[in-house]
Structure formats: C-alpha cells, structure tokens
Design a protein. Structure first.
Length: 296
C-alpha cells in the first residue's frame, strides 16, 4: 500500500469517536461516507494499528491514510479557498463566482471546506457547514460553522437579523441616489437599503451604477429581484434583465463584500471585508477602499 496522507491529532477537549473526528482531516476524503469506506477497506491506521470506527481518540495520535495498489484512487477535489477568518468555532471564506455553495455536484464550496479549514479541537466538532446561501454567480464572503453549537448559534444570529451583510452591485439604468425597496418576495416581507456610490455613462447601457446594498431580510434572489423591480437590474443578470441589455461572458456583477456581527462564543466583534473583483474596478477604477469602508 502507498501512503497518501498523515494527520497528527492535537490535544482534544475530550475523547471522541474516531469515525466522527476523522471527517475532514484528509484532503483526499472530504466526506463521512468516504472515511467509513476507507476504514472498512483497512486503509486507515492509528499509531500504526488498524483503525476502527468505534475507537476513541483524545490527542497526540498519528493517523495515516493509505491507498490500496489494487483499488482505484479516491476522487480528489482540488479547491483552494481563501480563508479570511478562522477559529475553532467558525470561519469566513471567499466564494468565487461560478461555484455552488452546496448541492449534488462534486465541486461545491461545502465539499471543499474540510481541505481548506483546520479541524476544530472542540468536542462537538463536525464537518464544516455553510450557514447561509450565496447564488452560483455571486462572489463574496461566506460564513461557515465548524461545531454543532456554532452552526445553531450562527443560524439564530441570521434569524434574529444580528448579522449585517453588505453587498456591492453594478446596475443598469438611472437610479435615485439612496432609498429602500420593500417589494414582497414569494408573498413575504422583504427589505433592501441601497446607496448609489458612483455612476458612469455607458453607450450600450445608458448608465452604469456602483451600488451599495444592505438587505434586511434574506429572501431567495432578493437583491436581484429588488433591483429588477426598480428597472435597474444587475449587470450580467440573465434571469432578471431588461430586454436587449444583457451582458454575456462576464458573469453577474454582485459581490458580498462585508460580514459584521458579534462572535456568539468569544463575544468579539467580527468585521471582515473582501475587496471588489477586478471586473468591478475595470468599470469603476476608484471603487476600492476607502470607498468600501463602512461606518455603522
């Protein structure tokens, strides 16, 4: 057998079953089912001894993963993600445009989290899970829970509207300088505040606007639908658009730039900002900080 990966267990808060702990420690096996298969095939060892799903570990163990010469190799997801904040409870990562957060596809942010984040040493550590959605074509910050308690508490923060999200979009057409949109979505109350930061004249689109958006609710496609209601759809949007004003090949110009909240366990203020993608700055070259600095 050929050695694939080695993992050294840090000192844990309390002993945990190996089958639960092992999820996410190997880049080549990101899933719980994959770990179970590898253990069953006799490819995982703990301190040189064949691993079992029921064994408890407490720290300082050396875990090795081998690949059988007679079996096919594991399908390996190679997805490098930028991590902007991380501790044992949660993480904030950057989701590039054009990747699903989760779903039945192999290449998703959810499947790539374990290989990019450190394994939590807390007793209720689980496979890292996204806490909220970002549309496939949207870029920006994604909040991730690393323990059962963190996933629950972060979900409560979103439900109670205690996590402030700020987006930036480039929109088509003429807009008022500031305002709000409260058009219902799926017969549910929805609210978005907006501020136009800059406008340029466009031969094809008449006007293009750099807009700061702060949703107060979290409906599906809320920002895209709300801006469409104003007849100022987001540039590159192929679902909510004005006739003859579709931009192809550049993707959606919507970016989740800032997450602002109080850490539910350490109680520290978390404020993370990710700069605008280059496709934004090609249209608005002066749109990076201090333009993106926020005062609350």
């Amino acid at each position: 057998m050929q050695l694939l990966e080695t993992h050294l267990v840090p000192k844990l808060e309390k002993p945990i079953r190996f089958q639960e702990y092992a999820v996410g420690i190997f880049k080549t096996i990101p899933t719980k089912s994959g770990i179970k298969k590898a253990i069953k095939k006799g490819l995982v060892f703990i301190d040189g001894n064949l691993a079992t799903t029921s064994k408890y570990i407490s720290g300082d163990e050396k875990i090795t993963l081998f690949e059988s010469e007679n079996s096919s190799t594991f399908e390996r997801l190679k997805l490098d993600l930028e991590v902007l904040f991380e501790d044992d409870y949660l993480a904030i990562i950057y989701k590039p445009a054009g990747i699903l957060v989760s779903g039945n596809k192999f290449v998703t942010i959810a499947n790539g989290l374990s290989q990019n984040l450190k394994k939590s040493i807390l007793s209720d550590a689980v496979k890292p899970q996204p806490i909220h959605r970002l549309d496939y074509p949207t870029s920006g910050l994604l909040l991730v829970g690393k323990t059962s308690a963190a996933i629950t508490e972060l979900g409560k923060l979103f439900k109670d509207k205690e996590i402030k999200k700020t987006y930036y979009a480039i929109t088509i057409g003429k807009m008022n300088p500031t305002g709000f949109i409260n058009f219902p979505i799926d017969e549910k109350k929805s609210h978005t505040d907006f501020e136009v930061l800059d406008t340029v004249v466009s031969e094809r689109f008449e006007f293009l606007n750099l807009v700061k958006l702060q949703p107060k609710t979290g409906r599906k496609h809320q920002l895209r639908k709300h801006l469409s209601v104003l007849n100022a759809p987001i540039l590159g949007d192929k679902e909510y658009f004005l006739e003859n004003k579709i931009l192809n090949g550049k993707g959606l110009f919507l970016h989740a730039a800032t997450l602002d909240f109080i850490h539910p366990f350490t109680k520290e203020k978390i404020l993370v900002t990710k700069e605008l993608p280059k496709k934004f700055t090609k249209i608005f070259p002066n749109s990076q900080p201090p333009l993106l600095s926020l005062s609350t």
